[in-house]
Design a protein around this ligand. Sequence first.
Ligand SMILES: NC(=O)C1=CN([C@@H]2O[C@H](COP(=O)(O)OP(=O)(O)OC[C@H]3O[C@@H](n4cnc5c(N)ncnc54)[C@H](OP(=O)(O)O)[C@@H]3O)[C@@H](O)[C@H]2O)C=CC1
Ligand SMILES: O=C(O)[C@@H]1CCC=N1
Length: 274
Amino acid sequence: MNRIAFIGGGNMATALIAGMVRHGAPPGGIAVAEPRAEALQELSRQYGVATYTDNAAAAEGASLLVLAVKPQMMAEVCRGLRAVVQQYRPMVVSIAAGIRIAQLERWLDAALPVVRCMPNTPAMFGAGATGLYANGRVSAPQRAEAQHVLDAAGLTVWVPEEDQLDIVTALSGSGPAYFFLLVEALENAAFAQGLSRETARALAEQTALGAGRMLVEGNESAATLRQKVTSPHGTTQAALDSFKADHFPAIVARAVDAARRRGAELSEQMESNS
Ligand SMILES: NC(=O)C1=CN([C@@H]2O[C@H](COP(=O)(O)OP(=O)(O)OC[C@H]3O[C@@H](n4cnc5c(N)ncnc54)[C@H](OP(=O)(O)O)[C@@H]3O)[C@@H](O)[C@H]2O)C=CC1
Ligand SMILES: O=C(O)[C@@H]1CCC=N1
């Protein structure tokens, strides 16, 4: 059985493990290394995975090594894994924002098959969206294996150039937070206008769910669905005109660009710190 080791057992690793186990992956084939004992206990209790406080011990014998630590930790973590990856030569899958494949190979001091990917936290419910990019050392079966792991998280899309992962990060990696911000803002606006907090929250959340399902389960575009809600000179039109006057598309475009640029910065910062 192929063994998968996660280095870092935080938010995103937990979301991916939850998705994999829900999808039928045998928990005994999944190892997680993480410094926090409580996090490890919780991962073991909830998903039955094997847990380690030592990264190299978790990685021993793994055919697939998922690097799921913060970008700022990546150089140090990779250096600590050099001996084990040079011995077992696993396929490496990095989920870190910004960090380039060339950096990973340099820090691991090994030319390895590497898949860089950008998942998102709805992976927890199998409703994630992941962009992937493989280097030239990834064989067709390895590519299929990486895709299989991430398929458990939801939609997977391969991109042809590594740099495009910074755009994927800015769109779908960070994207859930943008929708949460909108829901928070809607809830706050309705509360300020007189609804109870509970009612405002329930309606805002259900509206997000309903809109998401119409987008994904129906076959109409966002623009068409928006037009169908918008009666001429009605209430939606009034709100959309207000958004337009406040340059909503430009606000979103600037935010996505800030996230994309931050990905590139993270990689450059690691270069100067390492
Ligand atoms: N959260 C998200 O929505 C997404 C995150 N990502 C990427 O996933 C990666 C992890 O992010 P996220 O899960 O949010 O972050 P978390 O901080 O939740 O997870 C990182 C985990 O790594 C642990 N860790 C710290 N140092 C080490 C070490 N030396 N060895 C092993 N584990 C260590 C941390 O423990 P401790 O807390 O004790 O420091 C923490 O539990 C990042 O690179 C991020 O860019 C990608 C897509 C989406
Ligand atoms: O905020 C971050 O840097 C990570 C990457 C995408 C989502 N969370």
